[in-house]
Ligand binder design. Structure first.
Ligand SMILES: [Zn+2]
Length: 252
């Protein structure tokens, strides 16, 4: 590794087959965002640790130090390069640790885990957001949830990226009026309840996942391009409007 450390990675075949997946048990929906890293349908909020920001000053200092060492052959330059690589490596290990712990907790507590299909790769093409998105590690998080769930005979599934999770009342499934990003709670015109915006989205994601499961069509629905027909044409325009940073799948 460029940071001068050695990492061991072991892969073992234990001969144990993956248990048959069962949907019997508690189900959870997860809404990913930038303000809170994850909000779940049971109302829990997990803050985004912003590892990168915390280490950014240190990173900048090490970068400056390196750029001042013009002569490429000196050992001082080599040292500065190594110091910089160490900060990068520290950030990614802290982030990975956080994601491992959170995904472990969620899989332990639930039988069915439902996420939005993020199409993270597409979003990272958007340069202004690329840094913060790859920093929060959504893609890694989904991968971890998936393999941890599958190892234990649990179900991980993704609902299509055009599912308007943020734009439906989770009680009535009716469309709620558009609102600005700053509005985190709203009084629902349909059911009269006060909804937390992100929790409401997470509940919609969970319910949509359970609906797909009950239809037994998860294979086709996992592709992300499959849009549930019952939301009709209108949901396409709703989903395509980049009006909400909090729901990453709307950023094309
Ligand atoms: Zn409502």
């Amino acid at each position: 590794m460029t940071d001068g450390r050695y990492y061991a990675s072991l892969l073992m075949e234990d001969g144990i087959e993956k248990p048959e997946a069962s949907g019997e048990g508690k189900a959870i929906g997860i809404d990913l965002g930038l303000t809170d890293f994850a909000v779940t349908s049971d109302g829990s909020k997990y803050q985004n640790p912003r590892h990168f920001k915390k280490h950014e000053r240190n990173l900048k200092r090490k970068q400056c130090k390196l750029s001042r060492k013009k002569d490429k052959t000196t050992s001082n330059r080599r040292k500065a390069k190594k110091a910089l690589a160490r900060v990068h490596s520290k950030i990614s290990r802290v982030r990975e640790d956080y994601l491992h712990k959170l995904s472990r907790k969620i899989v332990n507590e639930n039988q069915v885990v439902v996420m939005e299909n993020l199409a993270v790769k597409n979003m990272v093409k958007n340069h202004t957001l690329a840094k913060v998105i790859s920093d929060v590690g959504w893609g890694t998080f989904c991968t971890m949830l998936k393999y941890k769930a599958e190892q234990e005979g649990k179900i991980y599934l993704e609902v299509g990226r055009f599912f308007p999770s943020s734009h439906l009342c989770s009680n009535t499934l009716l469309h709620v009026p558009k609102m600005g990003l700053s509005i985190r709670m709203f009084d629902c015109p349909h059911c009269g309840q006060r909804h937390d915006r992100d929790t409401n989205a997470a509940i919609n994601i969970r319910n949509e996942g359970l609906r797909i499961l009950s239809l037994g069509t998860s294979d086709t629905a996992l592709g992300g391009s499959v849009r549930p027909k019952r939301y009709g044409r209108k949901s396409t325009t709703v989903a395509a409007t980049p009006d909400e940073l909090g729901s990453p799948c709307f950023i094309a």
